[in-house]
Design a protein around this ligand. Structure first.
Ligand code: GFB
Length: 329
């Protein structure tokens, strides 16, 4: 392993310049098959970046440090979008917290350290709005991080993500490594997970209403009380924000990425039912957890940089439903 470290350390000396991403820059998108990584990969392709590097899970196990180091010393990416993670909705987080904290700590630690050692010019790390305290004042400002207790159902995942944020802050402070941390709100879109046990609410409702419509079921069960409020950002908009921030943001502090408005789960269910064309009843299963009552992000820092989301919720849901219909089999 020491010769790899030596090689990597050598490159650090010769490659520490700061450039804008060029169209032929070597760009590694970790997690390119996921909801977020897939959107970032498509956006980079569309905007003319020609030197994109990806690896599937079977090609590269990101929880394996030696494999990650070997990959980075061979490819030496200049820019890294760290979109690979173990993710899931409230039920998955609540029941698989051991996997969530282990996999996410390993993935992010391996990639951040290897990116630094191979002298990557910049790394973009994706957190989540669940890193903020359960009862934060709303809308949530970046400075509210670590000011209160976390939502128990996703505390393990949140602590892993907070560790990633702190690792990048520390690598910037100790080594001058240029890593930035984005905190997106709840995301949805093409390539989402539609499994009813592990998914987030929006794709789960798309599938539930669709299957109920086809089967002519009189009602659809929605988890919890329907009272919690959530903010939703279409994945293609997040991808646009990620590329924008990779090119225009280089601060140590985290930056929220959202749309600035939220709605209740009950209101969301009505919208999804209308888009899908379901006419039956909606009933609520109070045995399922509500989770955080609200997590609307304050996006004034992002807006001050000149970025805003473009996709409305009904349009985004329609596009996500279309993707589901095309890919559900
Ligand atoms: O999207 P979701 O699973 O995650 O749940 P969180 C949001 C709200 O929707 C909760 C309700 O109040 C759920 O009870 N809900 C209603 C449903 N019906 C359903 C359903 O059929 N499936 C699901 N999944 N929810 C996640 C965190 O929290 O937010 C993750 O656990 C991550 O770590 C993600 O941070 C962004 O928004 O509550």
């Amino acid at each position: 392993m020491s010769w790899q470290f030596f090689l990597l350390d050598l490159t650090i000396i010769f490659r520490r310049e700061t450039f804008q991403m060029n169209k032929d820059s070597v760009i590694y998108v970790a997690g390119h098959r996921g909801l977020v990584g897939g959107a970032i990969y498509r956006h980079l392709q569309k905007t003319g970046f020609t030197n994109l590097v990806t690896r599937t899970h079977s090609e590269l196990d990101l929880t394996n440090q030696a494999a990650v180091y070997s990959f980075f010393s061979q490819i030496k990416p200049e820019y890294v979008f760290l979109a690979a993670a173990k993710v899931g909705g409230i039920h998955a987080n609540d029941t698989c917290s051991g996997q969530f904290i282990r996999d996410n700590l390993l993935i992010q630690t391996n990639i951040i350290d290897a990116a630094y050692r191979s002298a990557a010019k910049k790394l973009l790390f994706l957190g989540s709005s669940c890193i903020y305290p359960k009862l934060s004042p709303q809308p949530i400002k970046e400075e509210y991080l670590l000011t209160g207790i976390l939502e128990p159902t996703n505390e393990a995942y949140a602590i892993a993500k907070i560790a990633g944020i702190k690792m990048l802050e520390s690598y910037r402070k100790q080594y001058g490594f240029n890593g930035i941390s984005l905190m997106p709100t709840n995301l949805y879109g093409p390539g989402d997970n539609f499994d009813l046990q592990t998914s987030h609410v929006l794709p789960a409702l798309i599938r539930k209403f669709h299957e109920a419509k086809l089967a002519g079921r009189p009602e659809v069960v929605v988890w919890g009380s329907g009272k919690p409020r959530r903010e939703f950002l279409f994945s293609d908009d997040l991808a646009d924000a990620a590329v924008f921030l990779m090119c225009n943001y280089a601060e140590s502090g985290i930056i929220n990425v959202g749309v600035g408005i939220d709605l209740s789960i009950a209101e969301l269910a009505e919208i999804v039912g209308n888009v899908v064309g379901y006419q039956g009843k909606i009933i609520y299963d109070s045995t399922k957890p509500d989770g955080t009552p609200r997590k609307l992000l304050d996006i004034s820092r992002l807006e001050s940089l000149g970025w805003r989301a473009r996709t409305s919720l009904p349009e985004g849901i329609a596009r996500a439903y279309h993707w589901y219909l095309e890919n559900k089999n």
